[in-house]
Design a protein around this ligand. Structure first.
Ligand SMILES: [Zn+2]
Length: 202
């Protein structure tokens, strides 16, 4: 079923692409052998690092095989990209390249950090966080409620990385005015993607 969904999504991506000159397909050219051998092993120790299929060098670090099966993460990233191109375009392929090199570290517990900004740019001290950008290619993401990617901050953190790929910084204060990049369109897109992921039950 999930594979059918991936194929459907691929076709949706293709139909959205021809308007953009120079745009190539999102997916890696073929389902490499390493994708087949890189699987979660429930009896081995955790965390484990696993290749994310259809994205050249993308990987995820998982605390258990439940968080998350690699095809679910892959599908969530495809949905992300399809929406990103629809909303903002990606003529220089910088967001696509980011996705092909991303490392997603999944966490089973939320974290507390020194400080952060909320979605409106208001500074908060010692917040409990559900996601974090660790470098230009790496994000940490709490698994989310009910073991659903839709209920995690994966999309939110990918927006930070996409903005960083486009503008050189991830706009840590979101819709606030301290840094530029994140708009209410980005926040709206995140909600749309969440609903799509819920409809896929992932
Ligand atoms: Zn954020």
């Amino acid at each position: 079923m999930l594979r059918k969904c991936i194929i459907l999504l691929f076709l949706m991506c293709c139909s959205a692409c021809p308007m953009q000159t120079g745009q190539t397909s999102l997916l890696a050219k073929d389902n490499k052998k390493i994708y087949k051998s890189s699987v979660c092993k429930p009896k081995k120790s955790f965390p484990q690092m696993i290749m994310i299929p259809f994205f050249d060098m993308a990987t995820q670090i998982v605390p258990s095989c439940q968080v998350y099966p690699k095809y679910k993460t892959s599908l969530a990233m495809m949905v992300f990209y399809q929406h990103w191109v629809y909303y903002f375009g990606d003529d220089d392929n910088s967001v696509k390249n980011m996705l092909h090199n991303v490392m997603v570290e999944w966490g089973s517990r939320k974290k507390t950090i020194v400080g952060a900004y909320d979605i409106y740019g208001v500074s908060i001290t010692s917040p409990v966080i559900v996601g974090l950008v660790k470098s230009k290619n790496m994000i940490w993401v709490w698994r989310g409620y009910d073991y659903k990617i839709a209920n995690s901050s994966l999309t939110h953190e990918l927006v930070h990385l996409a903005l960083r790929a486009k503008n050189g910084h991830g706009d840590s204060d979101h819709e606030g005015t301290r840094y530029k990049g994140w708009t209410n369109q980005h926040t709206e897109m995140i909600i749309k993607i969440k609903n799509v992921l819920l409809s896929f039950n992932i």
